[in-house]
Design a binder for this molecule. Structure first.
Ligand SMILES: [Zn+2]
Ligand SMILES: [Zn+2]
Length: 260
């Protein structure tokens, strides 16, 4: 069994909890620490968990809405932290006292037998960003919050998943007509920025298959998107009803999404 829950997603901070269970073994992985330490503790509590139950942390890339309180959380609770070497360099190589684990593109991380996490490279304006596909052998989920375009290189990693948490950052019209300065519009809309709703739809169209049961739209811009626009664009790509698309909100996150 695999399940995940966004604890909060958006430009102010991102954290996702993934839990795998096999027999009597349960393992929990926290993807990104972009929410403050107190918020993470509170939202884990609401989800029926505590920081002490987290087995490992995975940091996708160096942007502050993802790294957040990683150092404090890891050191205070002795939790191992996985990230790419590029991410580690980009955050200034903090002393993690033996807790650092270097992740590589396409090299699986074993989460103590309950499930494995496979990091994969994505196009984004960070040093060496990696996102994750998690599998318990028969069930697969992928979490990808920051990528600049619907790159065909990510399709093999998200294909065949029963559930996805995927970025739907902005509506192109809202971004273009919005109040952001031109340079920021270019960065967000560029090939290494963030996915527009239509681009997320493009990826979903490419991987649409009968096993896909749940899709959570994440990293929505509070300024340049609205949940209903993301829902409509993603549902249209899958030929689903907009109500079938879940949203990971900045405050509140997403519901638990379980496969298996
Ligand atoms: Zn980013
Ligand atoms: Zn981000």
């Amino acid at each position: 069994m695999l399940r995940f829950k966004s604890l909060g997603s958006g430009s102010s901070g991102n954290t996702t909890l993934i839990e795998g269970r096999s027999g009597t073994t349960t393992r929990r992985l926290l993807i990104d620490c972009g929410l403050g330490i107190r918020t993470i503790a509170e939202r884990l509590g609401e989800a029926g968990n505590a920081i002490a139950q987290i087995d490992a942390i995975f940091i996708t890339h160096e942007h502050s809405d993802h790294v957040g309180c990683m150092e404090k959380l890891a050191l205070r609770h002795g939790i191992p932290v996985w990230m790419s070497h590029g991410t580690y360099t980009a955050i200034g190589e903090p002393e993690l006292h033996g807790l650092l684990r270097i992740a590589h593109h396409n090299e699986a991380i074993d989460l103590g037998g309950a499930f494995e996490a496979l990091p994969f490279a994505v196009p984004h304006d960070a040093r060496e960003p990696l996102h994750l596909r998690c599998s318990d052998g028969s069930h697969h989920v992928a979490v990808l919050t920051d990528l600049g375009h619907a790159s065909s290189s990510v399709i093999p990693y998200i294909a065949g998943c029963q559930a996805l948490l995927i970025e739907a950052n902005h509506d192109v019209g809202m971004l273009q007509s919005g109040r952001y300065p031109a340079f920021l519009k270019r960065r967000i809309g560029g090939a290494n920025g963030h996915l527009a709703n239509e681009q997320t739809g493009e990826l979903l169209r490419a991987i649409n298959h009968p096993q896909l049961q749940r899709v959570v739209a994440a990293h929505l811009s509070a300024e340049n998107n609205r949940p209903e626009l993301a829902r409509v664009a993603l549902a249209e790509a899958l030929d689903w009803s907009p109500d079938d698309i879940d949203i990971a909100y900045q405050r509140g996150g997403s519901p638990w999404i379980q496969v298996g």
